[in-house]
Design a protein. Structure first.
Ligand code: AMP
Length: 190
């Protein structure tokens, strides 16, 4: 079984958030979602929130330096000492490199990148459903959805090429019921 320093990776709509909730319970580790952190700041209208809103409303990534500083601070907290489940970070190669640096400063390393994959058509259909259910501004507009898919392909997917040679990527087929997908993920950590 890999260790518990884990990244949950995949395109928007892959089910990262849903699966993270299950996996954090299974492994008893904190769930760190950068999307949730940004939404919290946006809701509370903090300075960070105002910056994040400018980008997330358009389906763009919040700038690396802002995001990396936020994650660095979070990974400095005591509850992550026994492991963590990062959801939605890293989303760019500079973020992946920064994560390695943050961890190596603590004599730690990443143990697994759980890569949930689904097709582009499935992404579109899931995000438009989520817009109707959750009212997320960044899920509602087809142009924003397309931006998020393009951003994933151009900026986030290169993280996989960065991680593959390290032999820590665990590929998970993301189509199926929530329980089917979570059983596939649980099998990695059995
Ligand atoms: P999510 O809930 O993970 O889809 O994130 C919602 C939005 O927050 C994204 O579309 C980005 O604008 C922003 N965001 C979340 N995580 C990151 C990240 N690692 N780097 C940059 N922006 C992010």
């Amino acid at each position: 079984m890999p260790g518990k320093n884990i990244v949950l990776f995949g395109p928007p709509g892959a089910g990262k958030g849903t699966q993270a909730v299950k996996l954090k319970t299974l492994l008893s580790i904190p769930h760190i979602s950068t999307g949730d952190m940004f939404r919290y700041h946006i809701k509370n209208n903090t300075e960070l929130g105002r910056t994040a809103k400018e980008y997330s409303n358009k389906g763009k990534l919040v700038p690396d330096e802002v995001t990396i500083a936020m994650v660095r601070e979070r990974l400095g907290q005591d509850d992550v000492k026994g492991g963590f489940l990062l959801d939605g970070f890293p989303r760019s190669k500079p973020q992946a490199e920064a994560l390695d640096n943050i961890l190596s400063e603590k004599n730690r390393r990443l143990d697994a990148v759980v890569n949930i994959s689904i097709s582009d058509d499935e992404i579109r259909s899931r995000l438009s459903k989520r817009a109707a259910i959750e009212g997320r501004a960044d899920d509602a507009d087809p142009a924003v959805i397309q931006n998020r898919i393009d951003t994933y392909k151009n900026q986030s997917e290169p993280c996989l090429a960065y991680y593959r040679p390290k032999k820590i990527v665990k590929d998970i087929h993301g189509i199926g019921s929530i329980d089917e997908v979570s059983a596939r993920i649980a099998a990695v950590f059995a």
